[in-house]
Design a protein around this ligand. Structure first.
Ligand SMILES: [Zn+2]
Ligand SMILES: [Zn+2]
Length: 264
């Protein structure tokens, strides 16, 4: 079982990071990919990958941070992208959700930063790890307009949300899809109109990737507590049951998917 998207590079793991990593490996997680959201968290993801055998990094600037960048951010990112065990560019994308702590960043800026990173990924032949919150239409338009920049396979949509039409188009482009612990929650998230369970049921198992987005989105019954990579197993069991797939087969297939996509 692989946790293909989490943030052990975030502050909430500062005090017990090693214990969290060891408990994940003890629980049956075999590989973990930490995602950067700006330059410093990307740097730390790369350092952790150096330190631990089965840890990898994807590096990138999240749309939230698109308005707080230094002039040479893309050069800094390119340097990081060439470090060992950097397996993708992420998390990158667009986000139109209005957060209490950080309102919507200027969409023009978000798009500019997203595009520069798509170009970088193309240059370095790295897959994308895409973050979308209520901006599926715009992301799709950008990807379709830059189809020649996409690898085969092009990457994954992490923490997928949106409608069935977006999902179908994302799959048509060759993307893999990941779901987090929020798939175990009842009801729809604000601004969404399609149940994540219906979306996950539709995704062919050879396109599914397992992930947590830890420290966020812990699955039921851990909801409300800090999410950890080992809880990827709880979410995976939930999705396997949803899809009526035997857990061992689900684990084998999704592990194979992540290894293939990110060349782990
Ligand atoms: Zn995200
Ligand atoms: Zn994330």
């Amino acid at each position: 079982m692989i946790d293909a998207h989490c943030h052990l590079n975030f502050h909430s793991f500062e005090k017990d990071r090693n214990a969290v990593i060891q408990s994940a490996f003890k629980s049956g997680v075999t590989k973990i990919i930490n995602a950067g959201t700006k330059i410093d968290s990307s740097k730390l993801a790369v350092e952790l990958a150096k330190e631990y055998k089965n840890l990898y990094a994807v590096i990138g600037v999240h749309p939230h941070h698109a308005d707080k960048l230094e002039d040479d951010w893309i050069e800094q990112l390119e340097k990081l992208a060439k470090m060992p065990k950097v397996v993708g560019i992420g998390e990158i994308g667009m986000d139109y959700f209005s957060y209490k702590s950080n309102d919507i960043v200027d969409p023009k800026l978000q798009k500019e930063v997203f595009l520069k990173q798509i170009e970088l990924a193309h240059k370095l032949k790295l897959p994308l790890q895409i973050h979308n919150r209520q901006a599926g239409k715009e992301i799709l338009e950008i990807l379709l307009n830059h189809k020649s920049y996409l690898l085969n396979p092009p990457g994954m949509f992490h923490c997928f949300a949106g409608d069935m039409d977006l999902l179908k188009k994302v799959l048509d482009l060759g993307f893999y899809v990941g779901f987090d612990g929020n798939i175990t929650y009842n009801g729809l998230a604000p601004g969404e109109d399609t149940d994540l369970k219906d979306l996950a049921k539709y995704v062919p198992i050879d396109r599914l990737i397992t992930e947590t987005d830890a420290p966020f989105l812990a699955p039921v019954p851990k909801r409300g507590s800090r999410n950890m990579p080992k809880y990827v197993i709880i979410t995976a069991k939930f999705i396997a049951e949803l899809k009526d797939v035997n857990f061992e087969d689900f684990e084998a297939k999704t592990t194979e998917n992540a290894i293939k996509l990110f060349s782990l």
